[in-house]
Write a protein that binds this ligand. Structure first.
Ligand SMILES: [Zn+2]
Length: 142
């Protein structure tokens, strides 16, 4: 079985075999590693590209630089992402810079993490969680 994923470097869609783990996977367009699992700093257009094209769960952290719990959760979100390369795709959205997205998705308080599957939001949580809690939550949707 193959899945479409979005390259975090050039945003081109790649079709790759679905596996439980990968030793090597490079983008057909830009040749960068698709195993790069650091969350991508996104915006409205990047988020739309991911939601429309990725067949993996798209996990989106809405945060802001002044938000203490957001900063506290950031390394945990990074760690959860690093443990799931090509199992889910992780984005961060600065809620101050992308207020139209905050309104669209009715983000009432941050950090707020949404997961999208097949183009639709399927779940969310609000408030800081640690890496184990984030990973367990995301794995329900991979
Ligand atoms: Zn690429």
């Amino acid at each position: 079985m193959n899945v479409n994923i979005v390259c975090p470097h050039c945003l081109k869609v790649n079709r790759i075999p679905k596996k439980d783990s990968y030793t090597k996977a490079n983008c057909g367009e830009c040749k960068e590693s698709l195993l790069e699992a650091k969350p991508l700093n996104g915006n409205a257009s990047i988020l739309a590209t991911y939601i429309a094209n990725s067949e993996l769960a798209v996990v989106v952290d809405f945060w802001a630089p002044w938000c203490g719990p957001c900063l506290q959760m950031a390394p945990h979100f990074d760690k959860a992402a690093s443990l799931m390369p090509l199992q889910a795709q992780f984005l961060k959205i600065n809620n101050d810079d992308e207020q139209s997205l905050g309104a669209k998705y009715q983000i009432a308080s941050i950090p707020c993490v949404l997961v999208f599957k097949d183009g639709k939001e399927v779940d969310r949580f609000t408030g800081a969680r640690n890496s184990v809690e984030i990973e367990d939550w995301v794995r329900k949707y991979v």
